[in-house]
Ligand binder design. Sequence first.
Ligand SMILES: Cc1ncc(COP(=O)(O)O)c(C=O)c1O
Length: 321
Amino acid sequence: MKNTIPEKALVALPDFRSSGAASFTPPGFKIVPPEEAFVPAFDRSFHFGDSIYEVTRTYEGILFALNEHLRRLKHSAKLGMYEKFPDTSHIVHMARETCRAFFRKFGNTDVYMRITVSRGQGDLNIDPQYASDPYTLVFVKELDRPAKDFYEKGVHFAVVTRRRNAPAALDPAMKSGNYLNNVLAIAEASRLGAQDALMLNLRGFVTEGTTNNFFAVKNGIVLTAPLSVGILAGITRELVFEVCQNSGIELQERLFTESELGSCAEMFFTSSTKEVVPVTTLSARSVGDGRPGPITKRIHEGLKSAIRAYVEAHRSESLFA
Ligand SMILES: Cc1ncc(COP(=O)(O)O)c(C=O)c1O
């Protein structure tokens, strides 16, 4: 597969040339097409993966669960020992303006939005004391629509040998720009012919996918790993908990191993951009009867209604042109 930069995209970033290296808060920002969007060569996110980020999407011009994402971004800054953090209202302003500019330029459609906060730029010394102030970048691009098959037939995951980072080393709860653990896991999965990797932790317990949380259904009960196993506290994961509670579906947050997956009739993953996706093949073996299961479908329907309710409640915040 060839790597491509999306045609329909805009990036908001500090006006590096005019603001100089010393101070970026509060920066002015400019919104530019991808071919004009550059970060400085001394940016720490490039050298050390020293950044944090969030991804959400829009529904009908409304940024979904923005407050929850900002809360998690701040939590990542705390875990990442950021001493300074850009003003939240500035991040929101950048995010909203970039979406508005996108809709004006490309029309009203659903978009993917990524907010990245780099610790800044500075001398090539890993010590964060060398960093300028943190600065924000916002990426907005047309949302990739997975093929219908994705939801109707499900996807193939492979349990990989690459283990999920240990929380005491690089806590997966911090959504940082340092995704090499996940990059290596998905590269291994793809060599095995799978679309994504299911990672175990160092003790052999199931954790998560490379960009999603993982669930399995055993005897009608939904299982998912507790946060303590070393995973990201997914915002969609949390919504799935609410859906299960409201629909009378039993959910257990507990440790489980790869061998227990052998007795699970359904599996699915969750993420902000893809919602709920059935996993119908695990390491080249069919899950259940190899088709998306009824509980997975009910949970996805429940999530869709929660999203519709959110959109109705936030209708006045639509950024559509
Ligand atoms: C490692 C990882 N786990 C889980 C998720 C799902 O989180 P959310 O539902 O908040 O999108 C993501 C999303 O990017 C992720 O990168």
